[in-house]
Write a protein that binds this ligand. Structure first.
Ligand SMILES: NC(=O)C1=CN([C@@H]2O[C@H](COP(=O)(O)OP(=O)(O)OC[C@H]3O[C@@H](n4cnc5c(N)ncnc54)[C@H](OP(=O)(O)O)[C@@H]3O)[C@@H](O)[C@H]2O)C=CC1
Ligand SMILES: O=C(O)[C@@H]1CCC=N1
Length: 266
């Protein structure tokens, strides 16, 4: 990003993962990263030279051309910086593009979402651009999130709440599905650590196979049903159960929580 300097406000679970991904990619090199938190140099950055630290978010706005906000939602909502001519990118759950404009004074705000798998370059990071975002800003945001994994610009800000629910947490809801499978195995007498390893390998392999194709998951389900083997029996039983509805209910609860998280009453 020629000439751009990135500042990070918040370097915890998510901000830290993104920061390390960006350092690894060199996306903003040679400009030194400026990181703002409250407690000073954070673990995970100690072996990295050339990082400046501050406890003043305004210093980030003053010295950086791209400000990435990764504060807890309540802290993000309470933040006020003067950044009228900066590109402001947020990964804070539930903080809207309009609120980001009020927080920063910038018209060039991007409301995004990512997850800590950015650490290993495997996050999914969707983002929504406010009207003031330029074509050059879009290129910057794409490069920023491409360093974290895969990314898409979405046309409707409401989809960021959807993705906060489904791809924000990692392993997130998939961990619950894995827990259910492991619980079943252990209920059948499988030793806990064997069950854990088996389920981890299953989800690792499944994730890689799903990521290696542009075919929808439904294709894989139908293939197994058409195969009419043991798995078909299980899939038909699951499809006849309220499982799909239960998954949608849970994801919708998470999406709706985005609408209130971090607010005084929320
Ligand atoms: N964790 C996750 O899996 C995901 C998180 N998110 C979103 O990312 C955002 C950050 O979450 P997460 O990284 O988990 O949070 P953490 O609690 O792990 O980290 C919060 C960071 O913000 C800093 N911070 C908090 N308050 C202030 C403040 N007033 N001024 C300056 N720095 C401050 C903390 O610094 P210090 O420790 O020094 O106080 C810390 O670096 C949230 O909005 C969350 O919704 C989105 C998707 C996934
Ligand atoms: O659970 C949370 O609030 C954060 C945001 C999305 C994933 N983790």
């Amino acid at each position: 990003m020629g000439g751009e300097r990135l500042g990070l406000v918040g370097c915890g679970q998510l901000g830290g993962a993104i920061g390390r991904a960006l350092l690894r990619s060199g996306a903003f090199a040679p400009a030194p990263l400026l990181i703002c938190n409250r407690s000073g140099p954070a673990a995970g950055f100690s072996d990295v030279a050339d990082i400046a630290w501050t406890t003043d978010p305004q210093e980030v706005a003053d010295r950086c051309t791209v400000v990435l906000l990764a504060l807890p939602p309540a802290a993000g909502r309470a933040l006020r910086i003067r950044a009228p001519d900066r590109l402001v990118v947020s990964v804070m759950a539930g903080v809207t593009a309009a609120q980001l404009g009020g927080i920063s004074g910038s018209a060039r705000v991007v409301r995004g979402m990512s997850n800590p798998a950015a650490e290993i370059g495997m996050a999914y990071s969707p983002w929504f651009a406010a009207p003031g975002v330029t074509a050059a800003d879009r290129a910057t945001v794409r490069a920023l999130f491409a360093a974290c994994g895969s990314t898409d610009e979405v046309p409707d800000e409401g989809q960021i709440d959807v993705f906060t629910a489904i791809t924000g947490p990692v392993p997130g809801f998939v961990a619950y599905f894995a827990q259910c499978v492991q619980d079943y195995a252990q209920g059948q007498g499988v030793e806990a650590d064997v069950a854990r390893r088996a389920v981890a390998q299953l989800f690792h392999a499944a994730g890689r196979m799903l990521a290696a194709t542009d075919r929808p998951a439904a294709d894989f389900v139908q293939e197994m049903i058409d195969y009419a083997g043991t798995t078909a029996a299980g899939l038909n039983a699951m499809k006849a159960s309220p499982l799909a509805e239960a998954v949608a209910t849970g994801l919708e609860a998470a999406r709706r929580r985005c609408l209130t998280i971090g607010q005084p009453q929320g």
